[in-house]
Design a protein around this ligand. Structure first.
Ligand code: AMP
Length: 211
């Protein structure tokens, strides 16, 4: 199963992606995670990506297209993959279609997690990330990770100014993908309200109906 997960920042893509990946046995591919890892390691890619990421801007298309193409060629994608945070522009979506067609593959579904803007701002403002294992905590009560005990941090791009910019960038550059995939007949709209479990139940029902 080859799936793309769409949705505004804070719609819960990362959380749902982990659950989908586990249930359907397909790797969770997040270009954001790959870029953050490059930043952490201080590679050339990381250094150039960081300037865009910390401001809430998109990393240039050719850079992310290269990263995604390389990743979907790894052997663990034999039975499919779940893309989270890619594509984010129409140029990226067209490049993905082309890359898949060259491999005689195509997307099975694009899951759009729909959530209203006020909710997104509220969620992102309170979001924390574990400095070690990367686990996301939306309603963090303590200062340490429930999974590994490390310190929780706020992502640089979850600061108020960057949040506003990311939402604007999402509207301008990523939202057009909803129409793009709707026209392709593979868009699945999922209301991303309620608990993580409730949202996952809706996602599961949709994905189960594909097979
Ligand atoms: P995410 O974790 O998906 O929210 O991504 C964090 C940041 O990484 C984004 O705000 C962008 O700066 C960058 N990024 C991740 N994926 C992409 C993409 N497909 N295209 C451009 N920039 C991206």
């Amino acid at each position: 199963m080859r799936i793309v997960l769409l949705g505004a920042p804070g719609a819960g893509k990362g959380t749902q992606a982990e659950l989908i990946s586990e249930k359907y046995g397909i790797p969770h591919i997040s270009t954001g995670d790959i870029l953050r890892e490059a930043v952490r390691q201080g590679t050339e890619l990381g250094k150039s990506a960081q300037t865009y990421m910390s401001k809430g801007e998109l990393v240039p298309d050719d850079v992310v297209i290269g990263i995604a193409a390389e990743r979907i060629d790894q052997p663990d994608t034999k039975n499919g993959f779940l893309l989270d945070g890619f594509p984010r522009t129409v140029v990226q979506a067209e490049a993905l279609d082309k890359a898949l067609a060259e491999r005689n593959q195509r997307l099975d579904a694009v899951v759009n997690l729909e959530v209203d803007e006020d909710e997104v701002v509220r969620r992102l403002g309170g979001r924390k990330l574990c400095a070690k294992c990367g686990a996301i905590h939306t309603a963090a009560s303590g200062a340490t990770c429930e999974q590994c005990g490390e310190e929780l941090i706020t992502r640089a791009d979850d600061q108020p100014e960057a949040i506003r910019r990311r939402l604007q960038v999402y509207k301008d550059q990523t939202e057009p993908l909803v129409g793009y995939y709707d026209r392709a007949g593979i868009l699945k709209r999922i209301p991303a309200v309620g608990s993580v479990e409730e949202v996952f139940e809706r996602v599961s029902r949709t994905l189960d109906s594909l097979t």
